[in-house]
Ligand binder design. Structure first.
Ligand SMILES: NC(=O)c1ccc[n+]([C@@H]2O[C@H](COP(=O)([O-])OP(=O)(O)OC[C@H]3O[C@@H](n4cnc5c(N)ncnc54)[C@H](O)[C@@H]3O)[C@@H](O)[C@H]2O)c1
Ligand SMILES: [Zn+2]
Length: 359
């Protein structure tokens, strides 16, 4: 088992990474001093694969597990669902020391995290991320949220988990599309902070579908440690942590414009190419590095083009609003693989030209 630590003034915690480690969750929680009921928030898909395993692990450590199921999908990351969970917790007479476990991808983690943060002003949260995206990104750093109205993640807070357990074996049942979504974030970490990780991906991306578990263990460990170091320096996302938004400005636009039909990772992949092109045209990023970025994204099975006229028009409109609001555009730009910086004033016409070339 590999261990990453997130060290914060309060609320430090461990991230355990390994194979077949979900079976140890019960004992681990017992050692942390928990007892009695344990709430598992999950969805039917993930419960079908890993529910029994968790049930057995918790029961044999003396816990009384209670499963709370949420239907599968981003649409259920809502205040309405949070409300239903609060009701269930009240009926179960859940107390402030009862641990709440999220078993699933980022949707379950964000929703369960939001409920754990707010129910009785906070119950202990344990993340058991089962998607690549959740293991490398959403389970670390304490951002919890639900979507409200047309906006994503707009109702939320910071609430660090007590423990994260990333079982690499869970990735075996993940769909190809969800694997790709996670890969986009892995590529992001490489470009933002870790050229060795990027090289590791260059050497292995063509065989990534074979799911070499050693490789994934290394990837999840490396990404987690990058995110942990950044969160330690800027827990509340007031400065440094912004660099993790590389590719996300355009990415979020694409997600929104498509009505969330285009998944997050896929949208971010296009956003990373856009940011790379802007940087190259402004003279910050060598052409050869831009080519490496594009090639990597394509080899990972992700598209580098803006899909369709609607999305393009939406991005243009987004840009117009920004311009009206006071001028220039803020972007995280790569200087080379492994290093990015924040540019406060990318010129709108340059951004427009990149959009056109990506359509
Ligand atoms: N809190 C953060 O810092 C943060 C960071 C990035 C993304 N997010 C959020 O994460 C969400 C996206 O997360 P996601 O990509 O994990 O999506 P997801 O949670 O919807 O999971 C994707 C799909 O995989 C299924 N699934 C999960 N684990 C599985 C497994 N082991 N085997 C088979 N199927 C499995 C799910 O049921 C779902 O259908 C978004 O809501 C996003 O806003 C949060
Ligand atoms: Zn992301």
């Amino acid at each position: 088992v590999k261990v990453n630590k997130v060290k914060l003034p309060q609320n430090s915690y461990e991230i355990l990474i390994g194979r077949d480690i979900l079976v140890d969750v019960g004992n681990k929680l017992k050692k942390m001093g928990f007892k009695g009921p344990a709430i598992l928030v999950t969805n039917p898909v993930v419960r079908g694969y890993y529910g029994d395993l968790l049930q057995d692990s918790l029961v044999s450590a003396g816990f009384k597990p209670v499963f709370l199921e949420v239907p599968d999908g981003e649409a259920y990351k809502s205040l309405e669902r949070a409300g239903k969970l609060y009701t269930a917790l009240s009926e179960l007479q859940v107390e402030r020391m009862t641990p709440m476990l999220s078993l699933g991808g980022g949707v379950i983690g964000d929703l369960a995290g939001f409920v754990a943060a707010t129910y009785m002003r906070g119950v202990p949260l344990i993340h058991l991320p089962t998607t690549l995206l959740a293991q490398v990104d959403s389970s670390i750093g304490g951002k919890v949220a639900v979507n409200h109205g047309a906006l994503k993640n707009n109702i939320g807070t910071f609430y660090q988990p007590r423990l994260v357990v990333s079982d690499i074996l869970a990735l075996k049942t993940l769909s190809r599309e969800d694997l790709k979504n996670g890969l986009a974030e892995v590529i992001k970490y490489g470009i933002v902070r870790d050229s060795t990780l990027f090289e590791l991906m260059e050497a292995n991306v063509d065989d990534i579908g074979l799911l070499n578990l050693d490789l994934f263990e290394e990837i999840v460990f490396r990404c987690g440690s990058i995110k942990a170091r950044i969160v330690e320096q800027d827990e509340k996302d007031l400065g440094l942590r912004n660099i993790l938004n590389f590719g996300h400005t355009v990415g979020h636009g694409i997600e929104t414009a498509s009505g969330y039909k285009i998944a997050h990772g896929k949208a971010v992949a296009i956003g990373m190419v856009a940011a790379g092109m802007i940087s190259q045209r402004m003279g910050f990023l060598p052409e050869s590095e831009l080519t490496r970025i594009k090639t990597m994204i394509e080899r990972a099975g992700l598209s580098v083009r803006i899909p369709g006229q609607n999305v393009l028009s939406f991005l243009h409109a987004m840009q117009h609003d920004k311009k009206k609001a006071g001028g220039n555009l803020r972007f995280v730009l790569p200087r080379k693989i492994g290093e990015v910086f924040i540019h406060e004033s990318v010129s709108p016409p340059l951004f427009e030209s990149v959009l056109e070339d990506l359509s």
